[in-house]
Design a protein around this ligand. Structure first.
Ligand code: 4AD
Ligand code: MG
Length: 462
């Protein structure tokens, strides 16, 4: 049986026989023997393997063992005399699975730019940086499940294809079975979706929230975790067209309960990742952003700042900084404003609450002032909005009016409105932008570098 390199580096004992599988990172030929560095993705560090000339086919193999080649090696572990590693593997057999031609294999041992690595998206996971990113991403995902499962939340699976626009922002991709060369039209020359696969227009979901609310009115505490899609034409370092969202909805809960849980949730994820991926996090701190570990410590050990939108606007108006976009009560906060608050002013995650009704989604609970809704955004230093949440409108008449005011048709939301007709309860929830979390955690500058296969305008190659 083969073993994972991460396990051997941590627990491997000298004089035991083991086998590993992986890819050659580097080869160093000396007179008496040859060193290989092997990586199998389980850890940032490689396992050093020593090949001696007594190995069958030694000369011939050496020619073929170039960076990128895949191998299985068995041998005996030995204490390593070299600095920085506890253990190495003395090979007794080596099976070469696939060669990688050094003339054409793009990942030679040197630093490559992120832009270049995006062009070889099918190979970049084999680099140190992307190995660390995807291990941390995995640990974040596992921490999300653990957090909710430990608190008896039900994981519910919401659909990817949906007929309703959850955010009411019209940024949806249509899903159709039409032959695009022969789209049926009605007399008014509009597309006749009644003849389409679903008998009406359908979309890729922008958020599983409305469906999650259905489940919350039966199970109280539920969460979803899966991909969501937005047809925003935003070519930024923080937007994707296909991103993952962790949504939680809790019945019998108000905005304060929502914020408290969101804060505990982020703290839990940071803590878990530091425990599970210390080498990867150290790597990010050294090579990507030297504030990553201090940020994690700050998140875990300090309370988040909480201000209302109205207070935030006053603070922004007082700021000595020149902003590109105007600051005025009623206008949405731009990312420069969000970053100023979280990064420069408070220097920690900042929860902004009670936004103007006009700039938020229809399902957020209207406050007594009728000017604001019980919304909250959690703003992270360097990233801006990382979580968006709210207490939901549980009053039928108010919700119907909000839908109409936003130019939407209450008929399209009949089942959502039914939740208020039958056994309505105060409830609240939030959605975490999963890639923004991974960005925040790792210090990676571009959101396209924290998801294996980024989708963005004009980007769908891999
Ligand atoms: O603020 P949003 O739009 O909120 C919702 O979708 C609610 N239904 C959530 C809820 O209350 N249950 O999106 C939630 C989060 C944002 O805070 C942001 O972090 C992330 O999703 N997000 C994006 N991430 C990457 N690319 C995009 N285009 C994103 N749009 C939103
Ligand atoms: Mg939002």
């Amino acid at each position: 049986m083969t073993e994972k390199i991460a396990h051997l580096l941590r627990h491997g004992q000298p004089d035991t026989n083991v086998a590993i599988q992986g890819w050659v990172r580097t080869k160093r030929e000396l007179k008496e023997f040859t060193f290989l560095e092997i990586n199998d993705g389980s850890a940032l560090a490689n396992l050093q393997v020593v090949l001696e000339p007594s190995l069958p086919d030694y000369k011939d193999l050496l020619k073929k063992l170039n960076t990128g080649a895949s191998v299985e090696i068995s041998g005996t572990l030995a204490a390593s005399p070299a600095k920085g590693q506890r253990i190495e593997l003395k090979a007794t057999t080596l099976q070469l699975y696939g060669e990688a031609d050094p003339e054409t294999y793009p990942l030679q041992k040197k630093r490559h730019s992120m832009e270049f690595l995006r062009e070889i998206g099918h190979l970049r996971a084999r680099t140190n940086t992307f190995g660390a990113v995807f291990r941390v991403r995995n640990a974040c995902a596992a921490a999300i499940h653990q957090f909710f499962q430990d608190r008896d939340f039900l994981w519910v699976h919401t659909p990817i294809i949906s007929a309703s626009d959850c955010e009411g922002a019209g940024e949806m991709f249509t899903v159709t079975g039409f032959n695009l060369n022969k789209i049926p039209r009605n007399e008014a020359q509009e597309i006749d979706y009644s003849q389409d696969f679903f008998g009406r227009q359908a979309y890729l979901t922008v958020s599983g929230q409305l469906e999650a609310e259905v489940m919350a009115t039966a199970f109280s505490n539920v969460y979803t975790f899966g991909p969501t899609f937005r047809a925003e034409n935003s070519n930024t370092s923080r937007h994707l067209a296909d991103f993952w969202m962790g949504v939680r909805v809790m019945a019998f809960c108000d905005l304060v309960g929502d914020m408290d849980l969101a804060e505990a949730f982020l703290k839990h994820i940071f803590k878990t990742v530091l425990e599970r991926c210390p080498e990867d996090m150290e790597f990010f701190n050294q090579r990507i952003d030297n504030s990553v570990l201090a940020t994690a410590d700050n998140i875990i050990n300090n309370q988040f700042e909480r201000v209302t939108y109205t207070e935030a606007i006053a603070l922004l108006e007082k700021a000595k900084k020149k902003f590109e976009y105007p600051v005025k009560w009623g206008l949405d906060l731009q990312s420069e404003h969000e970053r100023y608050l979280a990064e420069e002013l408070f220097k920690k995650p900042t929860i902004v609450t009670d936004y103007p009704v006009e700039i938020k989604a229809f399902y957020m609970r209207l406050s007594d002032d009728e000017k604001t809704v019980r919304a909250m955004d959690i703003l992270a230093p360097k990233i801006g909005e990382i979580i968006g949440g709210s207490q939901r409108e549980e009053r039928l008449d108010v919700l119907e009016q909000r839908i109409i005011n936003q130019g939407l048709n209450p008929k399209d939301y009949w089942w959502y409105l039914d939740l208020r007709r039958f056994g309505t309860v105060p409830h609240a929830g939030f959605g975490l932008g999963f890639e923004r979390l991974v960005q925040f955690m790792t210090g990676m500058g571009n959101i396209r570098d924290v998801i294996p296969f980024p989708r963005a305008p004009l980007t769908v190659e891999f």
